[in-house]
Design a protein around this ligand. Sequence first.
Ligand SMILES: Nc1ncnc2c1ncn2[C@@H]1O[C@H](COP(=O)(O)OP(=O)(O)OP(=O)(O)O)[C@@H](O)[C@H]1O
Length: 460
Amino acid sequence: METILIVDDEKNYTLILSAILEEEGFETLTANSGNEALEILKNSDVDLVLTDMKMPLMDGIELLKNVKEKDPQLPVIMMTAYGTVEKAVEAMQKGAYSYILKPFDNESLIVYVKKAVHMYAVVKENRHLKNSMSSMYSFGNIIGKSKPMQDVFEIIAKVAPTSATVLIEGENGTGKELVAKSIHFNSTRRDKPFIAVNCSALSENLLESELFGHEKGAFTGAVSMKKGRFEMADQGTLFLDEIGELSQSLQVKLLRILQEKTFERVGGTKTLSIDIRIIAATNKILKDEVKKGNFREDLFYRLNVLYIVLPPLRKRAEDIRLLTEHFMAKYAHERKTGVPIKGMDQKAERLFYEYKWPGNVRELENVIERTMILCPGDIITVDDLPHNFKENAYNALHLNGIPANAKLSETLINIEQQMIKRALKISNNVQAHAAKILGIGKSGLNQKIKKYKLDINSKK
Ligand SMILES: Nc1ncnc2c1ncn2[C@@H]1O[C@H](COP(=O)(O)OP(=O)(O)OP(=O)(O)O)[C@@H](O)[C@H]1O
């Protein structure tokens, strides 16, 4: 049953309207001031606000403004007396659904109310669909409707509750850390630490003490005992990013932790036990690294208990629009103008689809964040996109192998020469035949051959 909020400072009037509308099968709530109405709206689901225009303290227009801030699509009907029609027009401009002149007959009121309520029912249905779609197309804050991403969501849901080691493969910026976090926060370890280490960011010695910690005096500068990341992650999850960069000696130590769940701090003799889940990630194909002898096979199998591949963005173009909208909403607060972005024009969208996104989702996110700051209007055009992105995107748009920054005259000469060479080859260097293939005169061809010094052995 739909609920109508009736607002009028004349109490009797609200009661009469309430009776009329309840007779029609609506549920009603009544308020005798704008503030009272806003209080009700905070706690109840309302499908329509029917308000008087002239009220002390907060008038109908002011109330309308507040309602629209809460829900821009909730319909508001203004009841107004003859003298205040101009105000009613102003209300319409500010987003009122309609106005009705007092005194009105019950039938007209009911027609207006039914129309508005019906319109809002459609809005609510769309919202519901959109919500259920967005939960289909996301797993926590990981977005994706493409088949490979849907498969990833399924695997995360299955592996998260276990404590199994997971290996995630994917190019930079494809969301490996996001997936690792999602596994952690959907596991029973969610209240324990999630610790991330980038194995390529530190030299071997530093990484060793970072991972395993060190005892006081273990090396110059080790002035006190320091716990390593393994200890910090005890009972939680340790995310080892860029695992393919781990040195051979650290690979051995990691293997021991995975097998025995024990280790010693650098410079220490005491064996420590830990309970951690390891999630490893790499932008290399680890199997190939094993074949090349760069990565231990036994460690590879220990890590690869469960395997997740995140495909590059260029291979899941159907996610681009969804991710773009997601990041537009995420960075909407960065808009200095306050004008909300409605979307992107066709040209900009095409560029997004054709671009190869070497930096994957991270690059897309950065482009959108900067565009949200730069774009003055409500539609993103190519002009609003960050300069260096446009340069990259256009340079990447090869036209039959011709880069976007190629000069026309040079390119035409190059193509002309290639076509002549090909025609000569096909015609076994018979110029008359080659000219026919090219659709030009024999003497014209001969001139070009001389100009470009293309063939000295040709048969006339
Ligand atoms: N599917 C996705 N949905 C929403 N945001 C995503 C998605 N994939 C990546 N991101 C965002 O892109 C950025 C990069 O993601 P993340 O750091 O997880 O990538 P990565 O693969 O671990 O990168 P690297 O290999 O460079 O460490 C983050 O801000 C992340 O939130």
